[in-house]
Design a protein around this ligand. Structure first.
Ligand code: GLN
Length: 445
């Protein structure tokens, strides 16, 4: 009831939710109370949370921020939704996001932009902007997000919360609407690393319904929080600090000094190919998106145009009316990059660069346990500031994208403030080393 009241009060300014499931939330909360009264349940029993509207929820609208799915109640729960419900959490509703998770500011949503609770004239980041704003403003204690190129970490940084993008394959993608399937990964967004650990515990694990899900044991993340930092080696990539904004550098230097006091050893490392990650990503992600979004044809589900003349008219107008401008731009770029004659020049080349970037990280993790850098180049920018300039929008993910290309886990945690706005520091771990990431973040917090 507390969170539903806060949602009612602040939703008009923030626009963080697309759907609020108030009745169901109260009923589920009551059931959870009874369970707890019987002495049953676990650490998440009765904890309210909200789901990014990219996760399918049985019988509840699952829009993915698009007109295309505005009328789509999913016929089943995503594995992540099911796991969190099984752990006893209570669903408050579905959160606003960039259309099909394509964006860095939540301004591509069919439902309108989300505002940053720290300054309503600024963006909350994207694409999980509704998730970050809802947690930062106390409309939900925790939320889910997804991260294809930074969409958990960048909004977490802009809104002053903690977000974790797990290793690719750690969390099931079943029922998570696909954008770029080789990069997409769901994860927790919350106020602390400790809360993220509890959520990840419920979300992580093998799922036979996702062929890229990895069958590896899930460690006890809460038990790993009290990590001994003495002798922990953290790498500082020279490429991340070379052209870094002076204020951002000052914030990160303070964080490094704090970690040093706790016994961490720092060393400079090189990630020579990291400068190629944004161009490689903007070939690979649109290519995969152009293929994944072919399913929205007006025939099986979702939006359908009025009075189609014939099948071609149905396809053309459904897609022209159902998708927004950024999604269309990506479909066109991807279709171009995958077409005969261009495939080798663009797609194949981008895949080779992707391997080089992954190899850079592999070499780095032979020397260090974790990597530290900025999450974003600047604090949250103003609404409308970058909407006319897609390239400058794409560059706001310059520090996060390489992690997705390599499939590594990464998290953003609050590091300080610039001009009264929160900024994040990013920690990157080796494959399946989420426990150490969470521990290092927890000890800092
Ligand atoms: N901002 C990036 C993009 O627009 C990443 C989005 C994401 O991680 N979903 O593709």
């Amino acid at each position: 009831a507390h969170f539903l009241a806060r949602i009612e009060r602040h939703q008009p300014q923030l626009n963080a939710f697309i759907t609020v499931t108030a009745e169901r939330a109260l009923a589920d909360a009551e059931a959870a109370d009874e369970k707890l009264a019987r002495g049953e349940g676990g650490p998440l029993t009765g904890v309210p949370l909200a789901q990014k509207d990219i996760f399918c929820t049985d019988g509840i609208r699952t829009s993915c921020g698009s007109r295309m799915l505005d009328n789509f109640p999913a016929p089943y729960d995503a594995t992540v939704v099911r796991c969190l419900a099984d752990a006893g959490t209570v669903l408050l509703g579905k959160l606003n996001m960039d259309e099909f998770a394509m964006g860095s500011s939540n301004e591509t949503s069919y439902y309108g932009p989300v505002c940053n609770p720290w300054d309503l004239e600024r963006v909350p980041g994207g694409s999980s902007g509704g998730s970050a704003a809802a947690v930062a403003a106390g409309l939900a204690p925790a939320a889910t997000g997804t991260d294809t190129g930074g969409s958990i970490r960048q909004p977490a940084a802009f809104c002053g919360i903690t977000g974790l993008k797990p290793t690719y394959g750690r969390v099931s993608r079943w029922g998570m609407i696909a954008f770029a399937s080789s990069l997409d990964q769901g994860g927790p967004m919350a106020r602390s690393a400790e809360d993220c650990a509890l959520l990840l515990q419920a979300m992580a694990g093998f799922d036979e319904r996702d062929s890229t899900s990895v069958d590896a044991p899930v460690p006890d993340y809460a038990a790993a929080l009290d990590l001994d930092l003495k002798g922990l080696k953290i790498g500082l990539p020279t490429q991340f600090f070379r052209d870094l904004d002076a204020e951002m550098a000052r914030v990160l230097e303070a964080a490094v000094a704090e970690y040093r006091k706790l016994g961490v050893e720092f060393r400079d490392i090189e990630l020579p190919n990291i400068g190629l990650s944004v161009p490689a990503y903007y070939v690979i992600a649109p290519s995969e998106c152009s293929s994944n979004l072919a399913r929205y044809d007006g025939v099986r589900y979702g939006y359908r145009c009025d009075d189609p003349k014939d099948l071609e008219d149905l396809y053309l107008r459904t897609r022209a009316e159902g998708f927004g401008a950024e999604v269309k731009r990506r479909i066109l770029i991807g279709t171009y990059a995958l077409s005969a004659g261009y495939y080798d020049a663009y797609y194949l080349k981008a895949q080779k660069i992707r391997r080089l970037i992954a190899d850079d990280f592999k070499r780095a993790f032979e020397e260090v346990d974790l990597i530290l850098g900025p999450t974003t180049p600047t604090p949250a920018f103003r609404l409308g500031e970058k909407t006319g300039d897609p390239l400058s929008m794409y560059l706001s993910d310059i520090y996060t994208i390489a992690v997705n290309l390599a499939g590594l886990p990464g998290m953003s945690l609050p590091a300080g403030f610039i001009d009264g706005l929160p900024v994040g520091m990013q920690l990157i771990g080796d494959y399946f080393d989420e426990a150490r990431l969470l521990g290092a973040a927890h000890r800092y917090q």
